[in-house]
Design a protein around this ligand. Structure first.
Ligand code: ARG
Length: 232
């Protein structure tokens, strides 16, 4: 060990699936992990006295990786659900979301809500709430993809009628990434809360996270990070 190692902050290993702009993505130029969650994690880690190491993995691999001790936390726009709460613990919410539908403009007239998706081919990211909701639509077939951009590509290629995904991500895509031939359709799906996940029973880390997040809310850091990724 080098002379400085005793002073280095301990490492917090954080799993993410970085194809989910503006929550987490890889900056094309710097190759850095960037986005709302990434900034929130870096700020929280600073409060807690950790340095962060991000690990890129499949979205459906995050909870198993937590359970097997391969990562300390997951930061991936992950919605708090009853099912997931059986396996991991969630911090206080860091964002509010809901699911929406993305369709090609040519289908905008016939798809007005999730009720119009019965019997259709749908695209969603593996392991997400969007995929789960799609599977509950009578007669619908869900094609599941590893990344969100893959679902949008398939929609563009007419491999499915609709993508079900998180509203802020769909809106960011339409605003920043083009998608001029696509439109967003609202749904009756409930409000969701996203949070960071930690290993079940890791009370020490959970408490530290919640303390850090509360301090960030109070100091205005959260608002600043929110403003950075969700304004305009
Ligand atoms: N909020 C949704 C869920 O929890 C989608 C999250 C996808 N996140 C990602 N980094 N790809 O199921």
């Amino acid at each position: 060990a080098c002379a400085g190692s005793a002073l280095a902050a301990p490492v917090l290993t954080v799993g993410t699936e970085p194809t989910f702009q503006p929550f987490e993505f890889v900056d094309a130029r710097t190759k850095d992990f960037v986005g709302y969650d990434m900034d929130m994690i870096r700020a929280a880690a600073k409060h807690m006295g950790y340095q962060v190491k991000f690990v890129n993995m499949g979205f459906d691999g995050l909870i198993p990786a937590l359970m097997t001790n391969n990562i300390d936390a997951a930061a991936a726009g992950m919605t708090i659900t009853a099912e997931r709460k059986k396996k991991v613990d969630f911090t206080r919410p860091v964002y509010q979301s809901t699911q929406v539908i993305l369709v090609n403009k040519s289908d905008a007239g016939s798809v007005k809500s999730e009720k119009d998706l019965k019997g259709k081919n749908l695209c969603a990211q593996i392991g997400t709430v969007g995929a789960e909701f799609g599977r509950k639509i009578p007669g619908a077939k869900v094609k599941a993809f590893n990344t969100l951009p893959d679902t949008i590509l398939e929609l563009n290629n007419r491999g499915c009628t609709a993508v079900i995904a998180d509203k802020p991500v769909v809106e960011y895509f339409l605003k920043q990434r083009g998608g001029r031939n696509m439109v967003e359709v609202q749904t009756g799906y409930p409000k969701e809360e996203m949070a960071f996940a930690v290993r079940k029973g890791n009370k020490k880390l959970l408490d530290a996270f919640n303390k850090a997040l509360a301090a960030m809310d109070k100091s205005g850091e959260t608002a600043k990070i929110h403003q950075k990724w969700f304004s305009t």
